[in-house]
Design a protein around this ligand. Structure first.
Ligand SMILES: Cc1cc2nc3c(=O)[nH]c(=O)nc-3n(C[C@H](O)[C@H](O)[C@H](O)COP(=O)(O)OP(=O)(O)OC[C@H]3O[C@@H](n4cnc5c(N)ncnc54)[C@H](O)[C@@H]3O)c2cc1C
Ligand code: SF4
Length: 467
């Protein structure tokens, strides 16, 4: 154990947000790093528990060796700490920025958990700054060729491990830039796009080929010894209301993709919220990213509708530690909206009942309705609770229903009831040369879970190729 009294001496301190007022003026990172002294103290808070719940099934899906690298970090041995981290974490520069840090909620320090995510980010960025991160070119080549379809976190993690195991990997990506939702989905202020590009450049130097603007199909099975589908669960859930095709009604990922492309090219987004009254449907993380982006684009107002009731402020008896707390969280976009508008953008137990359009079929307002549970527990509209709100941009962030039809058609596959390519035996092997991984296999999830699933698929493919 590092510092025996560390957790008693030092309070938990996270890398602070830049002020809401300042950060909405740009798309730069939300947080300011605290620096070395703070990180060493925060690492000293790790108790090196006999049963480290941070590494358990409730904690880190990558099974990161958290107490071990915290101990090394506390002692100021950053290079060794980073080496320990990289044994299980393929891309800490992504998880250090966007992971919800399941490990911290499972920490034995409960609400005061060790700041593992910030520690992880400090280690990897120190590694890049000091030149410790260099291309690791495999010394052995198996002569086997693998196609990875999709370059999101699962595809990148799968490609990375397969390459280290000696196989020749080609990543096929239909978008014009690699990264999946890391590139086009998660906004730049949460994950700067040069961070994604820096990793892809490193992977190219390590021998991985990226084919961009290329939609893979069944021919990959003839050209490669194995193919793994990492196409994500990107089919959005729509709203069952009229005028859904009106101009100004947009799915969240399409809107966020256009916003990121505009940031990268220094132009205005064709779907900009600038000057508009914006309504976001969906109270989750994707909805919050839409709120934060709309504020940066200069919207006139933003409201976020959520069908479900607001979560409780504290854990309920049915949701004890070390489970992930299902409690109310107020994220960066909502804080920024509060700062700008003087009120919380979130409205609970409410949905869209009707979309009103002008003569050009462009949305101008909508009718929202309050919901309550009927005796069978179904959410139903409350008669007389309708209200009209101005809306020139309606962003649908109501979740995802599985993988896209185009990839299924191109590979002549059928998804399960939940839109997943999940083999019945629970493995990653769909049959023949074909495997699946990430959200495409599990349904829409988290970056850290997609990374872990991509690595698990790579191990299975490696064993299968050696049979
Ligand atoms: C707006 C938004 C914000 C999010 N924020 C967070 C967050 O902060 N933290 C977090 O942990 N998780 C977050 N998530 C969830 C996380 O991004 C996903 O769980 C994760 O990206 C899934 O990774 P993946 O590799 O399985 O799929 P994806 O990232 O979806 O990547 C799939 C890739 O496959 C490509 N593709 C599909 N079919 C083909 C084909 N036939 N040929 C070639 N390419 C193809 C797609 O173009 C895409 O690039 C967020 C999700 C969204 C939508
Ligand atoms: S990847 Fe996420 S869960 Fe794992 S150690 Fe890092 S912050 Fe914690």
């Amino acid at each position: 154990m590092g510092k025996i009294t560390g957790f008693l001496e030092y309070p938990r301190t996270e890398d602070p947000y830049r002020s809401a007022d300042m950060r909405v003026r740009d798309y730069e990172e939300l947080h300011t790093p605290q620096g070395r002294d703070a990180r060493l103290k925060q690492a000293a808070r790790c108790m090196n528990c006999g049963v480290p719940f941070c590494q358990s099934e409730y904690g880190c899906p990558l099974s990161n060796l958290i107490p071990e690298w915290n101990e090394l970090l506390y002692r100021g041995r950053e290079k060794e700490a980073l080496e320990r981290l990289l044994e299980t974490a393929p891309f800490p520069e992504f998880t250090g920025r966007v992971c919800p840090a399941l490990c911290e909620k499972a920490c034995n320090l409960a609400d005061e958990g060790v700041t593992n995510r910030d520690n992880e980010l400090y280690l990897i960025e120190t590694g890049f700054a000091k030149g410790w991160i260099k291309p690791r070119i495999p010394s052995y080549r198996s002569g086997r060729r693998v196609a990875v379809v999709g370059s999101g976190p699962s595809g990148l993690a799968c490609a990375d491990l397969l390459n280290r195991l000696g196989h020749k990997v080609t990543v096929i990506e239909k978008a014009d830039r690699p990264g999946g939702l890391l590139m086009y989905g998660i906004p730049n202020m949460k994950l700067p796009k040069q961070v994604v590009q820096r990793r892809v450049k490193l992977m190219e130097a390590e021998g991985i080929t990226f084919l961009l603007s290329t939609e893979a199909d069944v021919r990959a099975l003839y050209e490669y010894d194995a193919a793994v589908l990492c196409g994500g669960a990107r089919k959005p859930r729509s709203l069952n209301v009229g005028n859904i095709g009106a101009e100004g009604v947009c799915f969240a990922v399409d809107y966020l993709t256009a916003a990121t492309k505009a940031v990268l090219s220094g132009t205005e987004s064709p779907a900009s919220a600038g000057g508009k009254h914006v309504v976001v449907v969906g109270g989750g993380d994707t909805g919050n990213d839409c709120v934060g982006t709309a504020i940066r684009q200069g919207c006139a107002s933003v409201v976020q509708l959520e069908m479900m009731p607001a979560p409780p402020l504290h854990r309920t008896a049915g949701n004890p530690w070390p489970e992930w707390p299902r409690t109310l969280r107020t994220d960066y976009g909502q804080l920024e909206a509060m700062d700008k508008q003087g009120q919380d953008p979130r409205v609970y137990e409410t949905t869209v009942q009707q979309i009103e359009v002008n003569a050009e079929n462009a949305i101008r307002s909508l009718t929202a309705v309050h919901l309550s549970k009927d005796p069978e527990g179904r959410l139903v509209p409350v008669p007389g609770s309708e209200s009209r709100m101005p809306c020139e941009l309606l962003l649908i962030a109501a979740g995802f229903v599985g993988c896209e039809d185009s990839t299924l058609t191109r590979f002549s596959l059928t998804a399960d009831r939940r839109g997943r390519l999940l083999p019945a035996d629970g493995t990653h092997h769909l049959g023949g040369k074909l495997f699946s991984a990430g959200d495409m296999r599990t349904g829409q999830s988290l970056v850290v879970r997609a990374l872990a699933d991509g690595r698990a698929a790579a191990k299975e493919i490696d064993v299968w190729l050696k049979k």
